[in-house]
Structures are given as structure tokens and as C-alpha cells.
Design a protein around this ligand. Structure first.
Ligand SMILES: *Cc1c(COP(=O)(O)O)cnc(C)c1O
Length: 430
């Protein structure tokens, strides 16, 4: 079978201009080995973005492989609607143990978008059932919470949202990192706001925008003062990305609702969860005929194979001391990136823990500079994926120090190549 021809004939890739896609030779991944991906030609690449920010302990980790295979010998799928199963129960107990204090209830779904969607619906319905008309949300400018209509509504990245505006509900946007702006919005909409939703510490899809220290803490206090729920979307930051299990921990913040997905299964399976406090949960209790039920549930919610992968993933954090061992790697990454900050053609390097954004300087949109860096990195043996002109590095937490050195070296060589080619074109044109 000619895979490339069949791909071009039948696939429609996510967040991809298919017209460009069909003009470039695609990479078809066949296998992986720890932190490397292997394509159909046998070429190896460092997985520099953790297969879109979700891999944690490396690919084909024996412990997660075995956990999934064992579960496969029991049952692959059984519904959570009207039934329960062991992996969902065990995982919920474990998630509550590691989550910020007060988050005692776990509602499963399948993606970060649905986890955010569910948090919004829970907040909305909670207030309705409290007899309060709090129907609006505040989110941050340049926020990203997923691609379904509700999660797009609270998003703030114009490129993703302007097209769909007629379909979206109206949201108030606060200036990221500016607590005074949040305070102004809350004060001028007293009694109207159901919840504030934020990506804690780092706005990933915005291009790795790092908030100033103390901002999340300030938002929590403002929400408390105005009686508004706080939703923390830990889909990108959760499971060790920022150096702690959850980003909220850096500022001792406990949200009312917390969304997790991406890293939860170690990058093995689609699974997400929305964690809530007992107070919110109790707001949904009542007699059947009161119709206070939370009317939401996807077919594959809490899939047993995915839960088994997640339980094994969380167990590995203890067994392999993942976060303890990450500390030195975070430090090393900082040292490796210091010279990149000084590079010609680099505007800024932003970072928190293992989330890195290298912003390129002075390229027109049509140059697709970030994409050119991706191609140059690929030919040197690393997979990275940009956000516009921001080159993102988001390696698996399990990456070795040597692989980390190689990844940063390849990335800076790739940037240098793309910047040099641009300078050459500019010189020729002059
Ligand atoms: C990726 C992401 C989402 C969406 O998750 P999907 O699984 O892609 O639907 C939501 N919120 C944040 C902060 C994310 O980074």
C-alpha cells in the first residue's frame, strides 16, 4: 500500500492547511522507542513536543504497556452510565489524592476540550440550581481551552475564534497577568459571573505565555471575594509539566473545578477528567423529579483501557521519582536555552519548567518561519511543532539529559538555518 498516496487521498489532518500538506513529503510514524519516534523509513526523531504535549514517561513504557494489556484481558470498554468499573474507581481515588485540596469528585470525559466544556456546564448549572442568575464567564485574552463550541467561546486566540464568532456565547476577557484588570471586570459585573477560567501559570497555545508570580493566587482571592467559581484548566500544565504535579501547587491555589487531560494517560489514550469540590457536587443532588442531574456523558467516558493507562502513569511518578529527577533537567534546560536567547533572529525565549516557547523575530506570516524551523529540525532528527512563529519545546518528562542536549542543539541549528536563509534572501533583494 502506498501510504503517502492514501493519506493524501483520504485524510484530513487537524489544524492543517491541506493544500500545503499535500505539497510536502509527510512523515509516517510506525514505531517509537522511549523518547524517540521512528518513521516508515526507519529514521529516528526525538519527540520534542511529547506527541502534542501528552507523553510523560516515554513511549512503550513497559509498565504502562502491561497495564493496558492486562486490562485488555478483562474488558476493553464498559459504560459509566448506570454501571461502574474498577479502573475508573481506582483512578478517581488516586486523582483526588494528588489534586489540590478540596477537589473530591471526578467526572470523566475524553479530551481537554470536553473537560473544559464540562467545567463550564457544571458552573452554569450549579448557579442556576442555587437560584442565582450567574450566566457569564471571564477568561483571559489569548486563552485556549479546546475546539468544541463552548471551549472555543471561552478561548481568546483570535485566529481560532473569529471565524466561529456567530456560533459562540459572549465572554468577558481579562488581560493575562493583570490582577487589577480581573478585579475591574469582577467589580463591574457583580452577581453576573458564574466562573473565571484560566490556564494556571502558563498559557500554552497562546505561545507559552508565562504569568507573573502571584497572579494565580490573586485571581483565586478575587474570585473568593466576589463569590465566583474558579476553573483551572490544567490540561497542558498538569502531570509535572511545570515541575510540580499541578501548576496550581506553585501558588497554593485550589480551584473549584479543575480540568485535566493530555498527560493523564502518559500520552497513551484519550482520557480527561473534570474535578469538582463537594460543594458543587452537592448542588446537583435532589430527587429524580427535581431534574438537578448533570445532563452530560460521552459514550467512551471513563474508558477502562484509558483508566488503566492512567493508573500506571500515576504510579510511575512515585516509582521512578519523575518529579524529583525532573528538577535537574529543568535546570539543565535553562542552561541550554541561555545562548538561544541571544541568537540572531530570536525575539524571546519563554519558559516554565518543561514548557518552552522560542519566539522568532521579524518574519512575515507567509514565510511560515515556525514551520520552516520544524522542517529543518526534522532533517536533523527531532520533531517539534510551532505555534505560528513560536517554536515550542515540550519534551517528555522522561527525556534523558543527553537527549535534551541534542534536542536544544538541533532546534538552535534549525533556527540558525532558517534565519540565515532569510537574511540571504533579504540581501539578494536589496
Ligand atoms: C490542549 C488543550 C486543551 C484541549 O485539549 P484536547 O484534548 O486537544 O481537546 C484544552 N486546554 C488546554 C490548556 C490545552 O492545552
Amino acid at each position: 500500500m502506498d501510504l503517502v498516496a492514501a493519506d493524501r487521498k483520504h485524510l484530513w489532518h487537524p489544524f492543517t492547511q491541506q493544500q500545503d500538506w499535500t505539497e510536502e513529503p509527510p512523515i509516517v510514524i510506525e514505531q517509537a522507542d522511549r523518547c524517540e519516534l521512528i518513521d516508515s523509513e526507519g529514521r529516528r526523531y526525538i519527540d520534542g513536543v511529547s506527541s502534542l504535549w501528552c507523553n510523560v514517561h516515554g513511549h512503550r513504557h513497559p509498565a504502562i504497556d502491561i497495564a493496558v494489556k492486562d486490562q485488555l484481558d478483562r474488558v476493553a470498554h464498559s459504560t459509566m452510565l448506570g454501571l461502574s468499573h474498577r479502573p475508573a474507581i481506582e483512578l478517581a481515588e488516586r486523582l483526588v489524592e494528588i489534586a489540590p485540596p478540596g477537589l473530591t469528585r471526578v467526572f470523566y470525559s475524553d479530551s481537554g476540550s470536553t473537560a473544559a466544556e464540562i467545567a463550564l456546564k457544571m458552573a452554569f448549572q450549579y448557579w442556576h440550581q442555587q437560584g442565582e442568575q450567574r450566566t457569564r464567564f471571564i477568561s483571559l485574552r489569548d486563552a485556549y481551552h479546546g475546539d468544541t463550541i463552548g471551549s472555543v467561546s471561552v478561548g481568546g486566540i483570535d485566529l481560532f475564534h473569529s471565524k466561529y464568532r456567530p456560533l459562540l456565547f459572549d465572554v468577558l476577557h481579562a488581560e493575562p497577568g493583570d490582577a487589577a484588570d480581573m478585579e475591574r471586570l469582577l467589580a463591574s459585573h457583580e452577581g453576573e459571573i458564574a466562573a473565571v477560567i484560566v490556564e494556571p501559570l502558563v498559557q500554552g497555545a497562546a505561545g507559552i505565555i508565562v504569568h507573573p508570580d502571584g497572579y494565580l493566587r490573586a485571581v483565586r482571592e478575587l474570585c473568593d471575594r466576589h463569590g465566583v467559581l474558579l476553573i483551572c484548566d490544567e490540561v497542558a500544565t498538569g502531570f509535572g509539566r511545570t515541575g510540580r504535579m499541578f501548576a496550581c501547587e506553585h501558588e497554593d491555589v485550589a480551584p473549584d473545578l479543575m480540568c485535566v487531560a493530555k498527560g493523564i494517560t502518559g500520552g497513551y489514550m484519550p482520557l480527561a477528567a473534570t474535578l469538582s469540590t463537594e460543594r458543587i457536587y452537592e448542588g446537583f443532588l435532589g430527587r429524580h423529579e427535581d431534574f438537578r442531574t448533570f445532563f452530560h456523558g460521552h459514550t467512551y467516558t471513563g474508558n477502562p483501557l484509558a483508566c488503566a493507562a492512567a493508573i500506571a502513569t500515576l504510579r510511575l511518578f512515585d516509582q521512578e521519582q519523575t518529579l524529583e529527577r525532573l528538577r535537574e533537567k529543568i535546570e539543565l534546560l535553562g542552561e541550554l536555552l541561555a545562548p538561544v536567547t541571544q541568537m540572531h533572529g530570536v525575539l524571546e525565549v519563554r519558559r516554565r519548567g518543561f514548557m518552552v516557547g522560542i519566539e522568532l523575530d521579524g518574519f512575515p506570516v507567509e514565510a511560515r518561519a515556525g514551520h520552516q524551523v520544524t522542517l529543518a529540525a526534522r532533517s536533523r532528527g527531532a520533531i517539534v511543532r510551532p505555534l505560528g512563529d513560536v517554536v515550542v519545546l515540550m519534551p517528555p518528562l522522561a527525556i534523558t539529559k543527553d537527549e535534551l542536549r541534542r534536542l536544544v542543539a538541533i532546534t538552535s541549528e534549525a533556527i540558525a538555518e532558517v534565519v540565515a536563509a532569510r537574511d540571504e534572501r533579504v540581501a539578494l533583494a536589496a
